[in-house]
Design a protein around this ligand. Structure first.
Ligand code: NI
Length: 202
């Protein structure tokens, strides 16, 4: 004969309550479980904004950061990734406007020869007013790309001086302290991006 657990009958009700809360507020795992927690991705850089000002990584301290490396003349992948990130942020802002306001998306070119501050500014304005575009000298870009574990190389020539760039297309999410948290699944669409933000931004 065993004692009847007095709380046993409460369990189903509690589970229902949790499920109801889960609908509006996603379950947030501890930050220590973030996929990129503890990895050595990201860090100090000195680059130039589209209005010609010097911008450093620490300028974004206190803000969550989304970082994407690409190039303005990219015919498909960069524009797709950036527009899905921008749409994901807009979706997330509907649920969490105050948290969304703490996220700064950043685009860094890996084609500094062509992507002048002006070109980068025009490019980023296609996606969001919020998106900061950065360029720099070839050395500054190389250093930043290495720090963020991003590969790039000049790719196929397209004639008349035009060329493609091969590059990693990873969309990183960093915390307000600059530590890496996760990658954003732009390949799965804006809803998946918003869901990933909801998991780690708090
Ligand atoms: Ni690209």
């Amino acid at each position: 004969m065993t004692m009847k657990n007095p709380f046993a009958s409460l369990a189903p009700a509690a589970a229902l309550l949790l499920a109801a809360c889960g609908a509006s507020q996603p379950v947030q795992p501890p930050l220590s479980e973030a996929p990129l927690a503890g990895s050595s991705i990201g860090g100090p850089f000195e680059l130039t904004s589209s209005d010609g000002n010097t911008v450093t990584w620490s300028d974004f301290d206190g803000q969550y950061r989304i970082v994407y490396f690409g190039f303005a003349y990219c015919p498909d992948i960069c524009p797709t990734d950036l527009s899905r990130t921008a749409q994901g942020l807009r979706l997330y802002a509907k649920d969490e406007p105050e948290l969304e306001a703490q996220i700064q998306p950043i685009f860094i070119t890996i084609d500094p020869e062509r992507d002048t501050p002006e070109v980068v500014g025009e490019f980023t304005s296609n996606f969001s007013d919020k998106l900061v575009g950065l360029t720099g000298t070839p050395d500054q870009i190389k250093q930043a790309a290495d720090t963020f574990k991003v590969f790039y190389a000049r790719g196929e020539d397209q004639g008349d001086g035009a060329y493609l760039m091969d590059h990693s297309n990873v969309t990183y999410l960093f915390g307000p302290d600059g530590a890496p948290l996760a990658t954003l699944p732009t390949d799965l669409g804006p809803e998946a991006v918003a869901a990933e933000l909801a998991k780690w931004v708090r």
